[in-house]
Ligand binder design. Sequence first.
Ligand code: GMT
Length: 374
Amino acid sequence: MRIAMVGYPAYGGSGVVASELGLALARRGHEVHFVSYELPFRLRRSGAELERLIRFHRVEVPRYPLFDYPPYELALTNKLVDVARRQQVDLFHVHYAIPHAAAAELAREILAPRRLPVVTTLHGTDISLIGSDPSFRDVTAHSIRRSDAVTAVSRWLADETVRQLAVPRPEVIPNFVDAAVYRRRPQRTLAGREELLVCHISNFRPVKRVDAVVRIFARVAGAVPARLLMAGDGPELGAAEAQVDALGVGERVHFLGRRDDVAAILGEADVLLLPSASESFGLVALEAMAAEAVVVASDRGGLPEVVTDGVTGLLFPPDEEEAMAEAIVALARDPERRRAMGRAARRRAIRHFGVQAVVESYEHLYRTVTGGGG
Ligand code: GMT
């Protein structure tokens, strides 16, 4: 099939999923056109293989003095129309409802009477934070209703979408992980052998509760030899750096900035700490599971669908910081249990969130919406 994939190129789970799905589909013989304002970061690394597999179409937004807010949505719509006409695409698959679903809907209207199906994948904050905001609610609900198929990355998000927007329940297609890329690395280069290596990877937005990460780690570091790697960048970074100094753990905490080598970091990590206020899925938790790191996370949103509490990781209400710190200390003191949990996590990641099964679910959906049979 010829698929126009739309997503955010910046660091964030929805862009990762759109990129990895595009690559996986292209490797299975589909023609994939990625449409965005920048080449997504996961695609930047794929080099020569990428050029063979995916065509990137940049959305240019003309600057004009009248525009205090350059109308990206309209430029995206126009680009989608252009790509659909020139490349004869069979469908639009948009990731993150705002503004992508509305742009695809308008593009489809412009292309009529040609029938171009729209598949919308919801990722979380496009519903839970932004989509349900009164400023965007009606247009989000409308574009979801008009999509030919709507998917959500977890059951929690599907329920939340119905609850917030009173639209039909999306089909659940979970995120996936390539277990050949995300795996334990035998060599330890990021911390000493006797230290517990704790990682946090996010876009440092308030919902990630980076302040809690630092507080929890400070408790851990007071009890056992440990090191914290903080990978990512975002609005809470400065505050986290100041907090690390204030708590006197500067020697043990390393801010790595935005990193492309997440698999390498998780491959050495003992624990991934993710005390988010909400997480529709928690892709980084799945990646950590495949790499046999123990996920210590909040029990909110879709995380319990990814992590089996007590078996493949440990979940707590987000404000139970002391309990999370105690759990991590206990894991440091019991390496056997930690490794067993890591192995169970990898088994679960492979069994329930493998690339092939998930990509086949999307292919099935594409066939259904294009009338190619299910
Ligand atoms: O978590 C973020 O801030 C990024 C956001 C995004 O849209 O890129 O992530 C959301 O989509 C990911 C991929 O499906 C999920 O794994 C994340 O859980 C979800 N984030 C939230 O729900 C906060």
